[in-house]
Design a protein around this ligand. Structure first.
Ligand SMILES: [Zn+2]
Length: 96
């Protein structure tokens, strides 16, 4: 009985991990965002002194922050504007 329970817990964890981390929907969604160079070529006015960041094209705010797509270990980041909430571009952490 305990073995069975352990197996179920493992299976559920695996499923959660799969859907949270490798979620095809999230991946697809993420891929629709431009990369920073693409974003800057579409919105050259958003260039800032920071080579790794940009301004929001929608409201002009420079309060653009990023967060991992799913969980903290996720190397895929989405960058969005704090002021208006628009998602702006994506980036990927360099895996060490
Ligand atoms: Zn904005």
């Amino acid at each position: 009985m305990y073995y069975l329970l352990g197996f179920i817990v493992l299976a559920i964890n695996g499923l959660i991990y799969y859907f949270a981390f490798y979620s095809p929907q999230q991946q697809k969604d993420w891929e629709t965002l431009p990369t920073l160079p693409e974003y800057l070529s579409q919105h050259p006015e958003c260039q800032t002194e920071d080579n790794e960041n940009a301004r929001c094209f929608s409201c002009g705010s420079d309060k653009v922050i990023f967060q991992p797509l799913t969980c903290l270990e996720d190397p895929r980041y989405k960058h969005f504007c704090v002021s208006c909430g628009k998602r702006l571009f994506r980036s990927k952490a360099i895996m060490s």
